[in-house]
Design a protein around this ligand. Sequence first.
Ligand code: BG6
Length: 488
Amino acid sequence: MAGPAPPPTRPLFVVVGATGDLMRRMLLPALYGLSADDHLPAESAVLGAARTSSFDDASYQAWAAAGLKEFSPYHPDAIDPWCRKVLHYQSIGEGTPADYQNLAARVAKVEADHQLSGDRVLYLALPYEAFAPTIKGLAEAGLNHGPGWTRIVIEKPFGRDLETARDLNALVHTYFDEPSIYRIDHYLGKETVQNLLVLRFANVLFESLWSRDRVTKVEITVAEDLGVEARAAYYDRAGALRDMVQNHLTQLLSLIAMEVPAAFDADAIRNEKVKVLHSIAPVEPEQAVFGQYTAGWIAGAAVPAYRSESGVPAGSTTETFVALRLKIENWRWQGVPFYLRTGKRLGNRVTQVVVNFQRPPVTFFRDLDPDEVHSNELVMTLQPDEGFDLVFEVKAPGQTVATKTERMRFRYAEQFGNLPDAYQTLLLDVVEGDATLFVRADEVEASWRLYAKLLAQPPAPHDYAAGSWGPDAAQGLLHPDEEPWSRP
Ligand code: BG6
């Protein structure tokens, strides 16, 4: 994982898709932030590539600087000089072999001009359909091997389903070996997501309770108050299952449910993640509820229905909400339901894992109604108010015996201040050759396998009002004796 000193290399970042939203909002701020904090060698350079020929180096630098000032107002005076020193642009036009040969020639020139070490990060910040032709184009122009190491970073979603993910794995393996492939899921770069492993495996207290012997259910929520924004062209073909569940929520699930790895290294950790995914039967349509937001209110402002958002087809049936019940059929978890839930335009933005523990088998005090004793909960808030709460019962002071539910509370911000940015962590890991926080080929396939039935027979989405917590039908996934979904 990311260390403080710059690694001993002077790499070139070649970003294909360099005029897109991801580059402007996330990658440029991450690259700039790493340089500004001296985590990247001062000599590294970035070559942006995209189809448009309307940019040259100078106009691309100006476009990037404007984006940085909007999204990363960090050391604002240093932004323009950094862009002029580090950024270059090369069009790949229609993506013909000649276009990629020109790109390869430009890579060599930028490396020579900046006296780089020949180590290369090829970053595909592209929609899924563009991965295969781009990988082929790059490789056939010889860019899959360079004078130093070459690592390829592929954004999510990796495929549209199990079959396309397998095809994409086969294609990328034709040109790159698995250790040089970095399938990115930015949730794994979040400090609090990595902390799930530390919380579990550095604290005997929790790990000794972490099984069907003590846990009654686990609930994983990734709620957003944002809508589809300007991404309808992508989102309407993806939907929440492909956009969020197959990757971010499934990663959280595997970190919560996996066994103790044999070592803290990339393969040992990923072996355990794959193992737990294989213990889950593919989700049946009756274990899922899909929803789509209608008009409503978010933070006091009226917002339109999904179908009225710009770029969304009028009759779209794309799901913007998914709730699922999963069963993990292994010794640790048999019988413990795992509930996953995600949606756009929900009550507020929060990513949270709630682990519910059993109630005491008998009430200790005769006068106490068993229902008055609440179960303990461990609430791990991964964003935005990062930290965790342990919910437990105390005696309410007084002559009568009554319990009261209280919380022990830890907040990252109070202890550590700002947390590192996920993309910075992950980019630095690529440069350092640490694949722990990236998704292995078999892992991405195991994850698609879980949702194969749902993708084949997607349930019709229920309406839910923007600003609510999703369709009422999601309650129907829970056992009648269980508490309703939490309202984080
Ligand atoms: C992305 C999805 O992967 O994650 C977006 O494509 C979503 O639809 C985003 O908004 C959420 O990420 P974060 O870090 O804001 O929780």
